[in-house]
Design a protein around this ligand. Sequence first.
Ligand code: GLN
Ligand code: ZN
Length: 767
Amino acid sequence: MAIATNFGFPRIGTQRELKKAVEAYWKQKLSAEELSQTCRELRLRHWKLQQASGIEQIPSNDFSLYDQVLDMTAMLGAVPARYDWSGETVDLDTYFAMARGRAGKKGESDVAAMEMTKWFDTNYHYIVPELTADQKFRLASRKAIDEFTEAKEAGMVTRPVLIGPITYLLLSKCEGDAFDRFRLLERMLPVYEELLQDLAAVGAQWVQIDEPALVLDLDEKTLAAFAPTYQRLKEASPSLSLLVATYFGDLRENLETACQLPVDGLHVDLVHGLGQLEAVLKAFPTTKHLSLGVVDGRNIWKTDLGGALGLIREAEQARGSERLMIGPSCSLLHSPIDLDLEVDLDPEIQTWLAFAKQKLQEISTLTQAINGNEESVRLVLEENLEAIRARKISERVHQPHVKYRLEAITSEMSHRQSPFTERALVQRQAIKLPVLPTTTIGSFPQTKDLRKVRADYKAGRIDEATYDSFIKQQIDDTIRFQEEVGLDVLVHGEAERNDMVEYFGEQLDGFTFTKNGWVQSYGSRCVKPPIIFGDVSRPKAMTVDWINYAQSKTSKPVKGMLTGPVTILQWSFVRNDQPRSVTCRQIALAIRDEVVDLEKAGVQMIQIDEAALREGLPLRRRDWEIYLTWAVDCFRLTASRVKDQTQIHTHMCYSEFNDIIPSISDMDADVISIESSRSKMELLKAFEAFQYPNEIGPGVYDIHSPRIPSEEEMAELLRSACKVLPPERVWVNPDCGLKTRGWPEVKESLKNMIGAAQALRKELTTV
Ligand code: GLN
Ligand code: ZN
């Protein structure tokens, strides 16, 4: 009989109980005991829900107060030295200090948090382990064991989840990379062995070990580390069944290694690695358990159960239904919890969706169907078939006018009239700017008041006229401040925007929004991504009025401010019935119209933010080219309809450009602003080496902290920028938008930034 299983459940709670409890604990409004009570309740609720849904192998230790990788760090006792840890068990405050940093005691400086980075190609962020050459490990947290016992006491034998040793090591930051990280395995494995033995001792039968690294490009050495590692783990706990879980893609050249691991089961992702089933069936021994990830753990669409059954049947035919498991593609951590709570959602669209809770039911239905109970789930299967069919032909989804426009795209549409060198001359004539022109990235501080007014407006508590005049007031103040401080290119400040993607999604056709569709982004932070359900188009101009208003208040140029198509795509739940590139092109056409309207309204500079362009990169190098080609093309399609004298800006808030700089250059933006203050302009070397041809604003003001950078400090950064780039192509700006900062620091910092630009201009003329 096939077994229904799951790989992880969202821990945040339908009412974001975990977020609220953790944040209250941080503010000392909740005791550790109260916090742990909330956590126990959430875990129990989620286990019971899975049980009631028919899931037979339910995960435990998928719960986390902050992050599952940080939990593994605690279990391994790999607490970096700066946290002054006792070396016993990792206590709550040490745990949160690693996640968030610790304020220094009197006279001492603050202790920095550990770094955070994206978990594979999801929008979840994990805490990056920091390991040293002489790193010691010891079992310093019994979380996995305790949570197993907790579930057992509630009558459920769960399958504890651990992050596998190879994935853990690969994701770690190893002190200057100066040593071979795999040398640490020898010291790390005894902790895993002890953990497994302890889990066996309390009654665990299966343990799930996540090795998503198996879907990455791995070198020989890494691949070679798998077999001996798992040999040891297996020998340490012969009575335990080990299930190695891979997800987020296909195994490709790692397939042999994965299939030959000396473990008891393997989980493969058949959603993001759809094509790999046949090869897996060939290579994986029929004596072991094969888990089929057929329900997308990362998206919100109902599974095509008929299609999924087809895949499972293929596996059944090849190896029988003994030792088959049926589950989601990956942990459900990445999907919202419960569709039933979305009472305001359009009823038609609602029938196309499945959140975590509904996905559990899909898994259960599939398992019953395979196990010969097809009759009992016939109705569910029929309903599913109907929903899938209805979505395929729905007029809500398919807009002939959008498809027509898409087909009419020609390659000229992605080219500006003239090459950059010519445009630059025209632009210099049209817009008089000093050398090293100063500007900002778009948003200004979003105060409590501002957020409240926006929320009141959205909830219908204040009328449009009141709202408009409030926003206008904000724009007035922001423009006045920018003039006073002496910025050269102004912005309207984005006071009307809650979020750079949501704001546009709400005004575009083809998007919808949930009330409770929260997904954990990092720690206690959750996001509610828009859902792109249909062909995208723009019913009317979205930003023109506000920019016009701002421009009417000043004689200096005001930049129009838009979010680019790739970023909108990347931060939304995307349709799965057509390639991402097609959806992106539809968004590109919509934003292109907005660009044209802004130009028509007399806006001379338009910034199209592509904050998420880099994070869209596929996990495998071999797939980069295809992605970069369409992503860059979509940007160009958005930006190219304007006259030569209209200056197109783009902004990207990261600093790793080395490997994608040809594509960045290919975007052909007249001006690009990037994050660079934290890396001390280090990244500019990539721009220099590549001879990046257009204008660049390397951020000189780190907006991630309230710290006010001094004039001298920023002047020094500019000096180093001007050494590697021709000064006539350098702009002066912060690293990113200022919306998370407070007004007083922003005022001070920008004053210093302008002082720095003036100082540099002087130096340049005296040379
Ligand atoms: N224009 C946006 C802002 O300033 C850009 C934000 C971003 O890149 N994340 O807020
Ligand atoms: Zn940014």
